[in-house]
Write a protein that binds this ligand. Structure first.
Ligand SMILES: Cc1cc2nc3c(=O)[nH]c(=O)nc-3n(C[C@H](O)[C@H](O)[C@H](O)COP(=O)(O)OP(=O)(O)OC[C@H]3O[C@@H](n4cnc5c(N)ncnc54)[C@H](O)[C@@H]3O)c2cc1C
Length: 530
C-alpha cells in the first residue's frame, strides 16, 4: 500500500482498482474489501421453544429459502415454499446436455454437452472458510473435490504485450517477484530503506528477499538454477544420459511492468480464492439437490409470486403458474420469508414499510455472463499440460477456466470460455447466443489456437437476462448500505427478507445461507416471545 492510502476511501480504492485492473478485479475487490471475513457460522442451528403450530411461507427455493425451510420444519413450523422455476436451487444451478433455457427476450438455448459434462453458470467454487455451505454439503453427503484456482502453468495474456503471445503464470510470477526482491535488496544495501528498516533487521530482510525472490548470492535475480527452480527450466532435468538441464531466461522487469500481466498475479491471494477451495463433484447444483431431497415436498414449483400482502394476522401471497399463467392462486401463512432478489421484487406489488420499499427499489444488480464451450478433446491437458486453474486475458472474455475434474480423461471436456462483467457482459448479451459463443471462440483462439479445430458446441448465460434474478448479485455501495441495509434486514411486520443480498458476503452462497439462518432465528424469537 502506498503511503497515504489509509486516507483513501474504500470507494476511491475500488474505483482505482476498476480503472487499473478491469471489472473482474473490481468484483473480486468488492467482495473482499470490507466484506471478506471468516463466516461466523458455528454449526447446526438450534431453535429452542415451541412455535405452537405457526406457519411460514417462503418465497424462492434458492439456498436462502431452502436452508430456512429445512431448519424451520425441524423446529416444528408448518412450512410452504413458492418457487418460480421447475427446480429448486436458484442461482445454485448446473447446466447439462439436454437442458433447455429461455432468457429474457425469448432466446432459447438447448445445451448439447455430452453426458458427464456440465457448466456451472453461477456459483462454481466454495472457499474453505464458507463454513455454512460446507456444513450442509457434509450433512447431505455432497461429495466435494478441490477447485484449482491458481495454476502456475496456465497463462496470463495481453493482446497488447509479447506480440499477443500468452505467458505462463509461473514465468511472470517468478520474474516479477525476483525483480522486485532484487530492487528492494539494492535499495536496502544502498541505505534507501534506512528510515524504515532498523540495522538489526537489515540482514534478516536481505536474507528473506533472497529466499522470496530466488536471488543469487549477490542479491541479483538472474538466469540460473535459483530462478529456474521457480519459473521452470529451458531443458528440464532428466535421467541417465539425457540432455543436461538448462536454466531458462527470465523476462525483464520493464517488459513485465509494461505488459500489465502483473494485474492478475495476486488474485489467488485474495481471502476468497485462497487454497483450499472446493467444488461439488458433478456440478454445483448437487448442493441444491441435497437440500431439495430434504424439503422438496414443501415446494410448489412454477409458482410466480405477483403480489405480497400482509396485515396484523398474517401474510397473503398471490401467484400464477409461471409457464401457463392463468388465474392467480393464493397462499397464506402467519409469517413470510421472502428470498426473491430485489431486482425482481421491485416489480412485485409488496405491502411493506416505506423504508423497506426504498431498500427494495435501490439495490442495483450486477451484469455478468458466462460462456461454456465443449471441445472434442482436452487439448489444454494433452498439448499444454494445464490441469485446472484459470488463464486471465485482457480480451472481453476476461478468463478461461479449465475443469478441475476428470483429469487425463479421454474424449471431450468443457471450458469456461468467458466470464465477463459490466460493459463486456452487455456486449456479449447484445448478440444472439450462437454469436456470443463465436465471440468467446474468437477471443480464446488467440490463446489456444486449437479452438479452431476442436470446438464442438457451446452455451451462454447472461445473468442480467435470467428472468428469475435479473442480475448476478445485489451491489451494495457503502452509501446504500448505510441508507438501506438496516431496513432491508429488519422484520417488516410479518415479512423478513433473506438471500445473498441481505448479507455482508454478497455474491456468495455463504451469504445466502447465513442470511436465511439469521432471518429465521430472529423470526423464531418473535414467535416464541409472542
Ligand atoms: C455468475 C455468478 C457466479 C457466482 N459465483 C459464486 C461462487 O463461485 N461461489 C459461491 O458461493 N457463490 C457464487 N455466486 C453467488 C451465489 O450464486 C448466490 O449468492 C446464491 O446462490 C444466492 O442464493 P439466494 O437464495 O439468495 O438467491 P437465489 O438463488 O437467486 O434464489 C432466489 C429464488 O427466488 C426465485 N424467484 C425469483 N422470482 C420469483 C417470483 N416472482 N416468485 C417465486 N419465486 C421467485 C428464483 O427462481 C430463485 O430460485 C455466484 C453467482 C453468480 C450469478
Amino acid at each position: 500500500m502506498p503511503t497515504g492510502s489509509s486516507s483513501m476511501s474504500r470507494r476511491d480504492l475500488l474505483s482505482m482498482i476498476g480503472t487499473v485492473a478491469g471489472s473482474a478485479a473490481m468484483y473480486q475487490a468488492m467482495t473482499t474489501l470490507g466484506f471478506a471475513q471468516e463466516s461466523p457460522f458455528t454449526g447446526s442451528l438450534k431453535l429452542d421453544g415451541d412455535p405452537k403450530g405457526a406457519s411460514v411461507l417462503i418465497l424462492g427455493a434458492g439456498l436462502a429459502g431452502m436452508v430456512a425451510a429445512y431448519e424451520l420444519r425441524k423446529a416444528g413450523y408448518k412450512v410452504q415454499i413458492l418457487e418460480y422455476r421447475e427446480v429448486a436451487g436458484g442461482r445454485c444451478w448446473t447446466i447439462r446436455g439436454g437442458d433447455k433455457y429461455t432468457e429474457l427476450g425469448g432466446f432459447e438455448q438447448e445445451c448439447k454437452f455430452d453426458e458427464g459434462q456440465y457448466l456451472n453458470p453461477g456459483p462454481w467454487r466454495v472457499p474453505y472458510h464458507h463454513h455454512g455451505v460446507l456444513h450442509y454439503a457434509k450433512e447431505f453427503g455432497v461429495e466435494m473435490q478441490p477447485f484449482n484456482q491458481v495454476n502456475h502453468n496456465a497463462y496470463l495474456h495481453s493482446s497488447k504485450a509479447f506480440d499477443g503471445k500468452p505467458q505462463r503464470f509461473r514465468h511472470i510470477n517468478a520474474d516479477f517477484n525476483g525483480h522486485v526482491a532484487e530492487l528492494l535488496a539494492k535499495s536496502t544495501n544502498q541505505g534507501g530503506l534506512d528510515q524504515a528498516v532498523s540495522t538489526e533487521d537489515r540482514e534478516k530482510l536481505l536474507d528473506a528477499l533472497r529466499g522470496w525472490g530466488a536471488l543469487d548470492k549477490d542479491y541479483a535475480y538472474v538466469k540460473g538454477v535459483d530462478s529456474s527452480e521457480r519459473r521452470g527450466y529451458r531443458v528440464d532435468p532428466g535421467g541417465g544420459q539425457m540432455p543436461v538441464a538448462e536454466p531458462s531466461d527470465p523476462i525483464g522487469l520493464s517488459e513485465i511492468v509494461q505488459s500489465g500481466l502483473w494485474r492478475n498475479l495476486s488474485t489467488g491471494n485474495l481471502y476468497e480464492f485462497q487454497t483450499a477451495i472446493f467444488q461439488p463433484v458433478g456440478g454445483m447444483d448437487m448442493i441444491a439437490k441435497g437440500f431439495e431431497k430434504e424439503i422438496g415436498d414443501l415446494v410448489t414449483y412454477n409458482a410466480k409470486v405477483i403480489e405480497i400482502d400482509q396485515d396484523d394476522q398474517g401474510v397473503t401471497v398471490h401467484y400464477v403458474d409461471s409457464v401457463t399463467g392463468g388465474e392467480p392462486k393464493t397462499a397464506t401463512a402467519d409469517w413470510c420469508i421472502c428470498t426473491i432478489p430485489f431486482s425482481v421484487l421491485s416489480q412485485v406489488k409488496t405491502k411493506v414499510s416505506s423504508e423497506m420499499q426504498a431498500a427494495i427499489d435501490n439495490l442495483p444488480y450486477a451484469a455478468s455472463v458466462k460462456v461454456g464451450l465443449q471441445f472434442k478433446r482436452r487439448f489444454w491437458e494433452e498439448d499444454e499440460h494445464i490441469y485446472g486453474g484459470i488463464t486471465f486475458t485482457d480480451l472481453p472474455n476476461t478468463l478461461i477456466s479449465y475443469p478441475s475434474s476428470e483429469f487425463f480423461s479421454k474424449g471431450k471436456g468443457v471450458l469456461l470460455g468467458a466470464y465477463s462483467w459490466g460493459a463486456w457482459a452487455m456486449q456479449f448479451t447484445s448478440l444472439p447466443p450462437e454469436e456470443r459463443v463465436k465471440k468467446a471462440l474468437e477471443y480464446g483462439a488467440q490463446i489456444h489456437p486449437q479452438y479452431n479445430d476442436e470446438f464442438d458446441n457451446g452455451i451462454s448465460i447472461g445473468w442480467h437476462r435470467v428472468p428469475w434474478t435479473l442480475g448476478c448479485y445485489g451491489t451494495w455501495s457503502e452509501d446504500s448500505r448505510k441508507a438501506h441495509y438496516q431496513a432491508a434486514s429488519s422484520i417488516d411486520g410479518r415479512i423478513a427478507m433473506a438471500g445473498e443480498h441481505i448479507s455482508y458476503i454478497p455474491a456468495w452462497q455463504e451469504g445466502a445461507i447465513l442470511s436465511g439462518l439469521d432471518a429465521i432465528s430472529r423470526l423464531h424469537q418473535r414467535v416464541i416471545n409472542g
